[in-house]
Design a binder for this molecule. Sequence first.
Ligand code: T46
Length: 142
Amino acid sequence: MKRDKCKTHTILHFRVNGGKDGSLIALEQRSSEIPFTIKRVYYIYSVAIGLRRGFHAHKKLKQVLIGMSGSCDVMLDDGKTREIVTLNRPDFGVYLDRPVWREMYNFSKDCVLLVLANDYYLPNDYIRDYKLFLKMGKDGKI
Ligand code: T46
């Protein structure tokens, strides 16, 4: 699987099995595909036009975000660099393997955003204050 490493994330390009009859992508839990043990899968859909979500970073959680249908943008900020990715195809994923501040926006009406995560839902893993996120980064606490 091809990967493009960026400052705040890594793009995972999935192998597409396809032809005239349609396409199929299989994601296996192995270092060359989904590089962690998947403990949780969730998806976000029916987001009202103009709404923004996210506004947090994770201390430890690793995730892969995939735009299954429609499109949305995700802004990623590691405290030094800001990058924006448009999730508009099911054949690539955004791998977040370090603490990055994220905001999702520009959701199309038909957007379905799928997320694979390496851990259960743990509210204590969230940093919901941007200034605190920057401070924790500077202090080497995340
Ligand atoms: C992330 C981005 C991409 C649960 O009960 N279980 C879950 O696994 C999740 C993810 C959420 N929830 C509850 C907690 C809230 O009451 O669902 C509600 C909405 O969650 P939140 O406001 O955190 O959703 P987003 O879209 O802001 O963020 C989510 C993930 O929480 C986050 O980890 O990286 O999607």
